[in-house]
Write a protein that binds this ligand. Structure first.
Ligand code: 5AD
Length: 479
């Protein structure tokens, strides 16, 4: 079938819903009319779009750790600890890798083995193996909204199940989840997954049920990322969902620890994403932002890691307009964090944000210049996408992806060209070393080149050595 951005009709939605629910026996527990009734009983303070609105109105940034263990009782204990000892505003479900790759039977075995072993042998909560009954027990045991970190292009049953259980935010990205997670998954698979979930959420929105969807943009690339590419990825993912009727969208921003570039990027992301949603007829869609953390390799040293987290918290604070911020831990460089480390991370982030309360990074010539380039870059790609698609942004994006006119640097998928190379400048901002086939003007290329030259002069060494450093470490120390 030819891929188009058009809203699915009821027949297609019902067909894919039925297929989805038959992927695993627990799918039978989902009855959409009953789900609507259940959501109507959820108090406002446990609904993500409601708490985002509060946060926006009060200039607060909500803290969201990540967590997931196999067993239900252990998961409840974990989330209650994050809520009560950590003071988390939003609680997570991180699904395990088997569930994220639709290997539900293996997830079930992992759950059983974990119970037998008395400790989690899975790297997350096996949502589908647990089914709606257990997921609702989890949701009802806590007093915060839960978000599901469903960063996978195979999330349809997983997300249907958590939504049926009262969870009001999921992660979906037709492009972003495809490009950052799997090598050879067909594009069609990811698009169908995203459109189905957009339609499911749209269907619920039409019945007064508020559910948010986040595009993780390039935040899950797991290394350097450029603000303009994150912005484009978020806009395309968001439009694809908005066409299906999803009304509460959130875009991730991957901060790179340069105050000027990150804050310019965050401001530009909010403005441009809003512009494009409006321009395509989605003025009613409510937009939020989620400020991520460094998703690349963390130092093995706990204290170095905590320093890194503190810097991100200060960027979130000095920006002040993100509804949500992901929290990491001192143990990120070692593996899945303990709940104690997660509590520490939350307290640290809260304190930094409290200390900086009331401060905003003032507008400056530097921020204006950086914003101007980020906007030019994003628009030059978006213009091509719109032009290629002749009105259908999905088709335009797929053609741009094929030609490398849009690409997702360091994505793991074979569908991204992989010609773009990024490098930090002397101040840690991320620059385009190679633009590949991106349709950037000579002015843009020269701007980045000048910044790279400044770092070369300072460090007096080969560019490729700097590039390797930038991929291996968040920021290598100068010798
Ligand atoms: N518990 C805690 N954190 C998790 N992450 C992934 N799964 C879990 C889990 N089960 C975190 C990783 C990384 C991010 C991508 O998600 O530590 O920070």
């Amino acid at each position: 079938m030819k891929l188009t951005i058009d809203k699915w009709n009821d027949h297609r939605f019902q067909r894919v819903l039925n297929e989805t629910l038959s992927q695993y026996p627990t799918g039978k527990e989902v009855d959409l009319d009953e789900v609507v009734e259940y959501h109507r009983t959820i108090p406002k303070h446990k609904i993500v779009p409601e708490v985002f609105e509060e946060a926006r109105n009060h200039g607060r940034t909500l803290l969201n750790p990540r967590a997931g263990v196999a067993d239900l009782e252990e998961m409840i204990d974990l989330l209650l600890t994050l809520q009560d000892a950590g003071g988390a505003d939003l609680l997570p479900i991180n699904p395990d890798s088997y569930t994220r790759t639709e290997q539900f039977e293996k997830a079930k075995t992992g759950l059983e083995d974990s119970i037998a072993a008395g400790r989690s042998l899975l790297n997350g909560f096996p949502v589908v193996a647990h089914g709606v009954k257990n997921c609702r027990k989890l949701f009802e045991a806590v007093d915060r909204p839960i978000v599901t970190r469903s960063v996978t292009p195979r999330a349809r049953l997983l997300c249907t199940m958590v939504i049926a259980s009262g969870i009001t935010e999921i992660c979906v990205g037709a492009l972003s989840n495809l490009l950052c997670m799997e090598y050879d998954l067909p594009v069609e698979y990811s698009i169908e997954n995203a459109q189905y979930l957009g339609r499911l959420v749209g269907w619920l929105n039409e019945r007064g049920i508020k559910i948010a969807i986040e595009s993780v943009t390039t935040a899950a690339a797991g290394t350097l990322s450029a603000p303009s590419i994150a912005i484009v990825s978020g806009i395309v993912d968001s439009l694809i969902l908005a066409y299906q009727g999803a009304g509460y969208l959130s875009v991730a921003f991957p901060p790179m620890h340069n105050f000027v570039q990150d804050i310019a990027g965050l401001r530009t992301q909010r403005r441009l994403t809003r512009d494009y949603l409006d321009r395509f007829g989605f003025k009613d869609v409510v937009l939020s932002q989620n400020l991520h953390q460094w998703n690349g390799p963390f130092p093995a040293c706990k204290h170095s890691s905590l320093g890194l987290i503190a810097v991100i918290s200060s960027i979130a604070s000095m920006y002040g307009e993100a509804e949500q911020m992901m929290v990491k831990t001192g143990e990120e460089g070692l593996g899945v964090p303990s709940k104690e480390a997660n509590v520490e991370g939350l307290i640290l982030c809260r304190q930094v944000m409290n200390l900086l309360r009331g401060q905003k990074l003032p507008d400056s010539e530097e921020i204006r210049e950086e914003s101007r380039f980020i906007e030019m870059e994003a628009k030059s790609i978006l213009n091509k996408i719109v032009e290629f698609g002749e009105g259908d942004v999905l088709q335009g994006a797929l053609k741009a992806l094929e030609l490398g006119v849009y690409e997702y640097p360091y994505g793991v998928s074979k569908h991204t060209l992989g010609k773009v190379i990024l490098i930090r400048d002397a101040a840690g901002a991320v620059r385009f070393h190679d633009i590949g086939n991106l349709p950037f003007s000579p002015e843009i290329v020269a701007y980045h080149r000048e910044k790279i030259e400044q770092r070369k002069a300072l460090e007096n060494r080969e560019e490729y050595l700097m590039m390797i450093d930038d991929i291996r470490e968040v920021r290598a120390f100068l010798k």
